[in-house]
Design a protein. Structure first.
Length: 261
């Protein structure tokens, strides 16, 4: 098989980092891994831990069209075709719908929705220009896209918009053999999640497992909080040949927390 390129956004931390490490472990050494994130030093540290593979670490703000254009210009300058995109870049905002200001709304949508539009469409154009086997895009979304959240309405809206866009993009690209899917994590053991737990991490973690009736939030039926690798495994499956007949799907990886409402 000829060398290919794989792109991971949001690669410097959390789920994005786990996805990048998963691809590094399980992809042919000849494939080039492109890492993108606003955290340039974090990208460099991650790349240093991937000996034996060519890695391009490119600081990128996915909400900025010029930054995204620079990222894809660098990718297009390479001879290898882009065959895989994992879009994990995102930010969290919390607060009542009546208290969130418009600036927070715009900032959250610009990263979580605009960023998906900018990155996924640029990746699609490049995949169409230089075909490769098993071309696939996976968005890391959130189970908040599928159920109301009393404390994160803006975040939920941004993730719902992104997932809806990916399904429609998948429909447009299916006749050309490019698959588009979304993995929807629930509570996952990342820095973003731990910020919710407060001063007493043990109590905070247990409250996530048990749920909170005051916030109309159920617990996690499987009784555990996901690790980033749990999400990365699902992403890797959707990128793989084993998922070659799966597209336009939202795969919930949340231990049953949404009751698949």
């Amino acid at each position: 098989m000829k060398p290919r390129m794989m792109l991971v956004t949001g690669a410097a931390g959390g789920i994005g980092r786990a996805c990048a490490l998963q691809l590094d472990r399980n992809s042919p050494a000849q494939d080039v891994l492109v890492l993108a994130d606003r955290d340039g030093p974090g990208l460099e540290r991650l790349a240093e831990g991937m000996p034996g593979r060519e890695v391009l670490a490119i600081p990128t703000d996915v909400s900025d069209p010029k930054s995204v254009s620079s990222l894809f210009n660098a990718i297009a300058a390479r001879p290898e075709p882009l065959s895989a995109l994992v879009h994990a870049a995102g930010i969290l905002s919390v607060g009542s719908a009546l208290d969130v200001d418009f600036q927070t709304w715009r900032q959250t949508l610009s990263v979580n929705a605009d960023g998906v539009f900018l990155v996924a469409t640029a990746a699609a154009r490049l995949m169409l220009e230089r075909p490769a086997e098993n071309r696939s895009m996976v968005l890391v979304g959130s189970n908040a896209a599928g159920v109301p959240r009393s404390t994160m309405p803006v975040y939920a809206a941004s993730k719902a918009a992104a997932a809806a866009f990916m399904r429609s993009l998948g429909l447009d690209l299916a006749p050309r053999g490019i698959r588009c899917n979304t993995v929807c994590p629930g509570s996952t053991n990342t820095g973003m999640q731990q910020a919710f737990w407060g001063a007493d991490a043990t109590v905070g973690r247990q409250s996530v497992l048990d749920g909170d009736a005051g916030e109309f939030r159920v617990g996690i039926p499987l009784g555990r909080i996901a690790e980033p690798d749990d999400i990365a495994d699902a992403v890797a499956f959707l990128l793989s040949d084993q998922a070659r007949h799966i597209t336009m799907q939202d795969l919930y990886v949340d231990g049953g927390a949404t009751l698949r409402a």
